[in-house]
Design a protein around this ligand. Structure first.
Ligand code: NIG
Ligand code: FE
Length: 403
């Protein structure tokens, strides 16, 4: 389906070529079988520097000194995890245990992590962040977004974003996670802080602004004010919307052209219609429903309405302590009405759409060379073999980082 780039032949020694790929997911429907996954059988990929420079039949692969034999296994784009909360300290094992003994999940647990995070030195926070990022990378995640939201003071939010920005470009300011105990009697004062001095301190480190729009967190008017203030400072909105109950979050996301509305567990028909009418991606986070024993978001309903769906981990110590995109794929297929192909697309190209990125989440000439080699002949195995570590090797920006 592709012709060789002449630069490949000229610089053969610097080029990595992965051959004998039984199934290559490109996410380009003009390639291979013409499906949304753009699946090419018996394929090869050439990587030069940080980019994909050639894709085609394995029999036509360019010569190189650096050949990797996929030996009949599958290759997919690295996962794009577009929603995580990885700047935190402590853990909430006791809360999880209580929940699995019948207690309900409540947003208030966030305050436990806020106290631990405020008390932790920078080095501890960064070590925890790095450990979870490495854990995700080994499972095939090559692009990740992460948020503040466990500091909730000017200094602690600024610190979280500064640390996160050392590790990813996709940094989200979530000063509006919950109203902290110090402002329990003055939620309006906290919104003023979030849209004033805290925004001033945080905006230089972030690309995105997020709000937890939920009963017990921030209502629709507060969320609109916070996101609008962020927009005025060059941050683009995304929203924690309709997670625990019906509410205004999803329609507000579409109104403000948010890149994504995240969770989308409780949706009215108007919510679905709004998503279908705009460019806001619905990011579904099945790890949260798994770990809070909540009802599943209805991915099938969204897909049938024409909504773009992403899958992400929501990795955080409270509601979803998993960094595994393959686990989320398996849940989405088993319990949310997605086909295996739809779930793999949502975890790669869908995540890229939720971050408004076109350089990742696909394997096409010119894309960033982010790949996961699976110990399986087909990407369907990610759902078919749940819980099995199928990611055999990972390349990020052209560099083999694991395997
Ligand atoms: O996305 N919903 C709000 N925030 C997180 C939960 C954070 C926590 O419980 O610590 C979420 O699920
Ligand atoms: Fe979240």
């Amino acid at each position: 389906p592709h012709t060789a780039n002449s630069a490949v032949a000229a610089a053969a020694t610097a080029t990595t070529v992965i051959t004998d790929i039984a199934a290559l997911v490109t996410n380009d429907p003009s390639l291979g079988d013409g499906s949304p996954l753009g699946l090419i059988r018996d394929a090869a990929v050439a990587i030069e520097g940080d980019r994909v420079v050639w894709i085609g039949a394995s029999s036509k692969a360019p010569a190189t000194d650096n050949r990797v034999d996929a030996a009949g296994r599958a290759v997919i784009p690295g996962f794009v995890d577009s929603h995580s909360h990885l700047v935190f300290a402590g853990d909430r094992t006791a809360e999880f245990h209580a929940r699995m003994s019948g207690r309900r999940y409540e947003a208030g647990g966030i305050r436990t992590t806020v106290a631990a995070t405020r008390a932790a030195p920078d080095a501890e926070l960064e070590a925890t962040l790095t450990r979870h990022l490495d854990e995700a990378l080994r499972q095939g995640t090559t692009t990740f977004e992460t948020k503040s939201g466990y500091g909730l003071t000017v200094e602690d939010e600024e610190r979280a974003l500064r640390l996160a920005a050392r590790h990813t470009d996709e940094v989200t300011y979530l000063g509006a996670h919950v109203v902290p105990p110090d402002f329990a009697d003055d939620p309006a004062g906290y919104v003023d802080l979030v849209t004033g001095p805290m925004l001033d301190a945080c905006a230089p480190h972030a690309r995105w602004i997020d709000v937890f729009c939920e009963k017990g967190a921030f209502d629709g008017d507060q969320a609109r004010a916070i996101l609008t203030a962020g927009k005025a400072r060059g941050l683009h909105p995304r929203i924690h919307a309709n997670q625990l109950s019906y509410g205004p979050g999803v329609q507000l996301a579409v109104e403000l052209d948010a890149a994504s509305a995240d969770h989308c567990t409780h949706l009215t028909q108007q919510d679905v219609d709004a998503l279908a009418s705009g460019d806001t991606v619905a990011t579904l986070l099945p790890g949260a429903e798994f770990s809070t024993r909540a009802e599943w978001p209805d991915a099938r309903r969204l897909l049938d309405a024409g909504v773009t769906v992403a899958l992400s981990t929501d990795c955080n110590p409270g509601s979803s302590y998993t960094s595994s995109m393959p686990f989320c794929i398996a849940l989405a297929v088993r319990d949310m009405g997605m086909t295996p192909d739809e779930a793999v697309w949502a975890a790669t190209a869908g995540g890229a759409a939720a971050l408004r990125r076109t350089d990742v989440g696909r394997l096409t000439v010119g894309a960033r060379a982010d790949l996961a080699l699976l110990d399986a002949p087909s990407p369907v195995h990610l759902a078919y073999r749940p819980g099995v570590p199928l990611v055999a090797a990972v390349w990020r920006a052209g560099r083999r980082v694991t395997g």
